[in-house]
Design a protein around this ligand. Structure first.
Ligand code: FAD
Length: 474
């Protein structure tokens, strides 16, 4: 029984950890393939500047059932443990976790390569790794996010930095008069590197709307009274599982937990005031943030049971309120941003309409024009597999092995089997992580991925132990 893992980032490492604990049969051989710089690190935790912070506390990022695992590892390495580590440190940790699994299991090997083609004959998968043709019974696709978007069509132009990572390499020569386009977590990474490590005098950040992520508050543990898995199951059984009912239950739970709904409306548009509010009210804001984490854990497995129209409504009407409180930035990051805005080292400009390239870049925002030497792209990643330039995904799509999920990424069933337009549900083809974002909703933090891959490990184990079943697709 041969299993191929494509990608060795957060989801693959988490899955391998669970599989190694489940003890697969000795006749199972696993190949884990990823490019040299990404093995065990994924795309977010590569070797890079230490000013790039994880936005989830150390105590919540263990790749182990022991929640103190990462913290203990940091101490063992001699690192000073703050509430948030750098992403580079987490990458080192994850690589160590992966390599420990590989060392302890003779049947797992890591191969440095990038896979560009994968074919399926209805039973087995075929691909080329190095110069060898290989054949696998089961494939796990954990290749993370697709390429960066390019909404202003600037890719390839001189002084346009399309992909800013690794920041220590891509931004090392950036001098004055620089615009970061995008104010999400990647934009904040670029900002911190340029103002802290490179000590530039001033940086401009542009966006369509001037919203920044919330600031992480105090950790809360919840035990929900109303918004429970059992209640949602009952709704499903009674054919009452509608967005309206989910919303009512959500509000009832918020009231029970004494969290004000008005917190969703707390942003005034004045960035300094908004960040300062979160910094000054860690208990209030933290309670909402951890409430949403608990909500997400319970709700995500049910999301696909809403009609497509209701899922769309959820994303259009309610999602902005939820996601702006879901991946909050560390407090230290927020206080720096406040200082820089107050001192004029950072200027944030909203209503970005267009960017043109003449001799310099001309950014038009709010009917004014700004001339910039360098533009850094921090507008996020493409989630549409039909338009991606990523060769493997393009190939799988052309071969009708994968199809798009209407909310982004590729379509999988509730057990994370890939759904193919040609073969239906492929029982020996699994996908998860950033690539299945439409199905996994908000569950893309390390702790979500670690928790959710446990189920997939059980599925893979069952599939590996029942080879006859692999040959069947629905
Ligand atoms: C900038 C950023 C910061 C984040 N910060 C945090 C944080 O602080 N805390 C947190 O909990 N979550 C954070 N996240 C979210 C979390 O890290 C991701 O959701 C998670 O890494 C996704 O796991 P994955 O396995 O899908 O992808 P990844 O971890 O990115 O792994 C995918 C791997 O597949 C490899 N790959 C791609 N294509 C191929 C191919 N064709 N052949 C072989 N290998 C391939 C890539 O090289 C990569 O190593 C962050 C995400 C980003 C983008």
């Amino acid at each position: 029984m041969r299993i191929l893992f494509i990608g060795a980032g957060v989801s693959s490492t988490s899955l391998l950890k669970h599989l190694s604990e489940l003890k697969l049969n000795e006749n199972v051989a696993i190949d884990v393939v990823d490019s040299k710089n990404h093995i065990g690190r994924g795309q977010a935790y590569i070797e890079d500047s230490d000013v790039l912070r994880a936005n989830v506390p150390v105590q919540e990022m263990s790749l182990d059932k022991d929640a103190t695992h990462y913290e203990r590892w940091l101490k063992e390495q001699g690192y000073v443990v703050d509430r948030f580590s750098s992403r580079r440190q987490f990458g080192e940790y994850m690589e160590d976790v992966l390599m420990s699994i590989v060392r302890a299991n003779d049947n797992i090997q890591v191969i440095k390569d990038k896979i560009e083609h994968l074919d399926y004959d209805g039973q087995l998968f075929h691909c080329q790794i190095g110069n060898k043709e290989k054949c696998y019974d089961i494939v796990y696709l954990g290749i993370g996010m697709l390429e960066y978007m390019d909404p202003y069509e600037l890719k390839g132009m001189e002084n346009f930095i399309y992909n800013p990572y690794p920041i220590i390499k891509e931004l090392k020569d950036v001098k004055q008069n620089v615009a970061i386009v995008g104010t999400g977590l990647s934009g904040i990474d670029c900002l911190r590197y340029l103002l802290i490590e490179r000590n530039l005098g001033k940086v401009y950040m542009f966006n369509r709307s001037n919203e920044l992520p919330a600031v992480r508050g105090t950790h809360y543990d919840f035990n929900f009274e109303y918004f429970t898995r059992d209640t949602l199951l009952k709704y499903v059984q009674d054919e009452q599982f509608t967005l309206e009912n989910v919303k009512s239950l959500f509000i009832k739970e918020m009231r029970y937990q004494e969290i004000s709904l008005e917190l969703f409306e707390r942003k005034s548009g004045d960035i300094i005031k908004d960040l300062q509010f979160d910094v000054d009210h860690p208990d209030t804001v933290g309670k909402l943030e951890y409430f949403l984490i608990e909500f997400n854990k319970i709700f995500t497995p049910f999301l696909h049971l809403l009609s497509k129209a209701e899922q769309k409504k959820l994303f259009e009407e309610y999602q902005p309120y939820i996601s702006s409180n879901y991946s909050p930035m560390p407090r230290e990051v927020a206080t720096h941003i406040i200082e820089w805005l107050q001192s004029g080292r950072l200027e944030m400009i909203e209503d970005l309409e267009k960017i043109e390239k003449k001799e310099l870049f001309i950014l038009t925002a709010d009917e004014k024009q700004y001339e910039m030497d360098v533009v850094i792209n921090a507008t996020g990643t493409n989630m549409d597999i039909t338009s991606t330039k990523e060769p493997l995904v393009q190939h799988l799509y052309m071969k009708k092995l994968i199809e798009p999920h209407h909310l982004g990424g590729l379509k999988v069933d509730s057990h994370y089997h890939v759904v193919s337009p040609k073969y239906g549900v492929i029982k020996n083809f699994f996908a998860f992580g950033e690539l299945t974002i439409g199905m996994t909703y908000l569950s893309n933090a390390v702790f979500d991925i670690f928790d959710m891959t446990r189920e997939i490990a059980i599925e893979i184990k069952q599939t590996a132990n029942n080879p006859a079943k692999n040959k069947k697709t629905d």
